[in-house]
Design a protein around this ligand. Structure first.
Ligand code: I3P
Length: 332
C-alpha cells in the first residue's frame, strides 16, 4: 500500500480475497494526507472490510472512500442522509472529491472515537444483490472459482462443465452458505482489540457459530452488551422513523459495531453504494421476504435478529473480573 511510506503503520485487512477483475489498486496517499496530519491520528487506521485499496486516511478524523461504480449513489445517499433524521446513525459526510480522475467521498473516520477497539462488520439483509442482477447472464469464471473454494460440491454438472456461473448464482450461494439467508445478516469481518483481524468467516452460518463469535466479541462484559443492544435499538428506531431508509432499497449495507477497553460502544450503518431509491412508489418494510419487483431487502429482519443474538448472550458473573481478552476467533 502507498501508505507504507507514512510513519503511522497503517493496518489493512480485508474480508477475503476480493478483487474487482484485476483493476484494484492501492490509493496514492500523498495528496489526501500529509505525514503531519496522519501522525495526529489517535489510532492506527484499520480497514476491516470492503474492496482492498478502496479506502485511505485523509486527515486526523476523516477517510476517503473510492467510488467503483459509474453512478454516484453513495454520494447522493450521504447527501440526503445528512438532512435526514437518521444522520446520527451514519458517519458524517463531508464532500465528494475528484482526484487523479477518480472519485472519492470524504467521511468521518469512526475509529477516532475509540482506543484500539474491537470492531465487527455485519453485512445486513437477506438479499445481497441488486434486482438488476437477475437478468445479468454474464458467466464468470472467477465466481465459479470462489464457489468451488468454499464448497467443491456446490456447482451443478453443467456449471462444472463450463467452469463459470452468473453473479446472481454466486451471491445466492453465498447467502445460503452464510447466515444471510436464514437470519438476514452475516458477520463479514471481525477484529478483536489488540489482535489481527479475522476474515475467515464466510461459512459462519449456524446459531451456535454466531452466538460463539458474538460472545467472544463482547468478551463477557455486561455493560458492553447492554450498550450495544441499546444502541442497536436506537438504530432500528432511527431507521423506522427515517424518510430515507423507508424509501430506499438497502443492498450491501453493513452495520459497524465497535467497543473499546473504556467500554465505549458505537453502532453505525455504512456502505451505501448499492442503496437505491424505490421509484415506482412501492412500499418497503425491510422485513418481508423478497420476490422480484418488491424491492424487499430484509435489512430490518436482520437487525431484529442481530439484536436478539446480542441480547441472548449470557454473561458469566464469576468470570467478569478474571477473564482475559479472547485470543482467537474460531475458524468457520
Ligand atoms: C463478493 C461480495 C461482494 C460483491 C462481489 C462478490 O463475494 O459478495 O459484496 O461485490 O462481487 O464477489 P465474496 O464476499 O465471496 O468475496 P458487490 O457488493 O460490489 O456486488 P464482484 O465480484 O462483482 O465484485
Amino acid at each position: 500500500m502507498g501508505v507504507n511510506g507514512h510513519s503511522i503503520g497503517m493496518w489493512n485487512c480485508f474480508r477475503g480475497i476480493h478483487k474487482r477483475k484485476g483493476k484494484k489498486t492501492a490509493l496514492d496517499l500523498t495528496a489526501p494526507a500529509s505525514d503531519a496530519i496522519l501522525k495526529n491520528r489517535k489510532n492506527t487506521w484499520i480497514q476491516l472490510a470492503g474492496h482492498p485499496g478502496g479506502f485511505a486516511p485523509a486527515g486526523p478524523n476523516t477517510i476517503w472512500k473510492k467510488r467503483y461504480t459509474k453512478d454516484n449513489n453513495e454520494t447522493q445517499a450521504y447527501e440526503t442522509l445528512m438532512e435526514d433524521t437518521a444522520r446520527d446513525i451514519v458517519p458524517m459526510f463531508y464532500r465528494e472529491v475528484e482526484y487523479n480522475t477518480e472519485y472519492f467521498i470524504e467521511i468521518e473516520d469512526l475509529l477516532q472515537h475509540f482506543t484500539d477497539p474491537s470492531i465487527m462488520d455485519v453485512k445486513m439483509g437477506t438479499r445481497t444483490f441488486l434486482e438488476s442482477e437477475v437478468s445479468n447472464t454474464t458467466l464468470r469464471k472467477d465466481l465459479y472459482d470462489k464457489m468451488v473454494a468454499l464448497d467443491s460440491t456446490a456447482p451443478t454438472a453443467e456449471e462444472q462443465q463450463r467452469q463459470s456461473i452468473t453473479k446472481l448464482r454466486y451471491m445466492q450461494f453465498r447467502e445460503r452458505e452464510s447466515s444471510t439467508a436464514e437470519f438476514g445478516f452475516r458477520i463479514e469481518a471481525l477484529r478483536m482489540s489488540g489482535e489481527t483481524p479475522s476474515s475467515n468467516l464466510k461459512r459462519v452460518k449456524s446459531k451456535e457459530q454466531i452466538h460463539g463469535i458474538l460472545s467472544k466479541f463482547i468478551n463477557n462484559r455486561r455493560i458492553v452488551q447492554q450498550s450495544l443492544v441499546h444502541r442497536l435499538k436506537e438504530v432500528r428506531q432511527h431507521i423506522e422513523d427515517s424518510a430515507f431508509f423507508m424509501t430506499h432499497e438497502l443492498i450491501g449495507c453493513s452495520i459497524l459495531v465497535m467497543h473499546d477497553k473504556f467500554e465505549k460502544c458505537g453502532v453505525w450503518i455504512i456502505d451505501f453504494s448499492k442503496t437505491n431509491l424505490i421509484e415506482d412508489g412501492c412500499e418497503i418494510t425491510h422485513r418481508l421476504p423478497w420476490h422480484l419487483g418488491n424491492h424487499e431487502d430484509g435489512f430490518l429482519f436482520g437487525l431484529d435478529n442481530l439484536m436478539q443474538f446480542f441480547s441472548d448472550i449470557e454473561i458469566k458473573e464469576e468470570l467478569t473480573n478474571t477473564m482475559k481478552p479472547s485470543q482467537t476467533i474460531p475458524d468457520s
